[in-house]
Design a protein. Structure first.
Length: 268
């Protein structure tokens, strides 16, 4: 079971949680940080090698949470063009294509292995989907997608895996392919999510930024940070709020606080 609420106030930590976070101030050495940045692609590729297509569940909640995927149509069966930036193995992509037959999707991922898994999926069809490998901080999307041709960009659990200093490069890159008046739909980890509180000492890379044991990294967003990030690249904020869920594991009687940031930013 799970209860959910949305709002603009961050989750309040328990005294024990606050104390644990306050104690954890040791930051990973600069040498190791540079190595992690250099090996980011390799680490994600190894992640998909280990987990194949089994790690993430198919996200059938995307169109429920983001009614804009339907609302941005001007008439009923208008063909929509979307870009899924950071598509992984297609857990979000394929449910969307199945649900909406009038949609064409561009999809890209940092990991060449993830892109291969998408192409091997029985639902993959080049007529409806074009997938390609891309480092969103460096490779120009205009090499694959015409300028200002996309109706919606989804950025779901992607930006958190990128170094905070490079996040603006991703937003600048997708801005070029988005039509004026159209939106980026964002969902990612929020400040004080359960995953952030579970990091062991020695995992901290910087403020709200951590490394997992497998070398992949995760940033936990505040509403203010995300808003500044998008606005600095010329986007207008439409919606930006925390989604706080308490997931209950009845078998183990555990209450797990999940915090996400769910947002919508528009290109003027």
């Amino acid at each position: 079971g799970a209860s959910q609420r949305k709002g603009h106030s961050a989750r309040t930590l328990s005294p024990e949680e606050a104390e644990r976070l306050a104690k954890d101030q040791v930051v990973v050495s600069e040498f190791k940080q540079l190595k992690l940045e250099k090996e980011a692609q390799k680490n994600w590729d190894l992640f998909y090698k280990r987990n194949s297509t089994n790690f993430f569940k198919d996200r059938h909640w995307t169109s429920r949470e983001f009614e804009e995927l339907k609302a941005c149509r001007e008439f009923a069966d208008q063909k929509l063009t979307i870009l899924e930036a950071g598509c992984g193995v297609g857990n979000c992509l394929f449910p969307l294509l199945e649900e909406d037959l009038h949609m064409f999707a561009y999809a890209c991922d940092f990991s060449p292995r993830a892109v291969e898994y998408v192409k091997q999926n029985a639902l993959y069809s080049p007529e409806r989907c074009q997938v390609f490998q891309c480092d969103l901080t460096r490779d120009d999307l205009l090499q694959h997608i015409p300028a200002e041709s996309v109706d919606v960009v989804t950025l779901i659990f992607v930006l958190s895996a990128i170094h905070p200093d490079k996040m603006h490069l991703v937003l600048r890159n997708i801005y070029k392919v988005l039509k004026p008046g159209k939106c980026v739909l964002f969902r990612d980890y929020g400040l004080y999510d359960h995953a952030m509180l579970r990091f062991k000492s020695g995992s901290k890379l910087g403020e709200n930024f951590y490394v997992r044991q497998d070398g992949t990294r995760s940033y936990f967003f505040t509403e203010e940070f995300l808003s500044q990030l998008f606005r600095a690249e010329g986007y207008e904020q439409v919606a930006n709020e925390y989604v706080q869920r308490e997931t209950v594991n009845r078998k183990e009687e555990l209450r797990v606080p999940r915090v996400f940031l769910q947002s919508k930013f528009q290109k003027p």
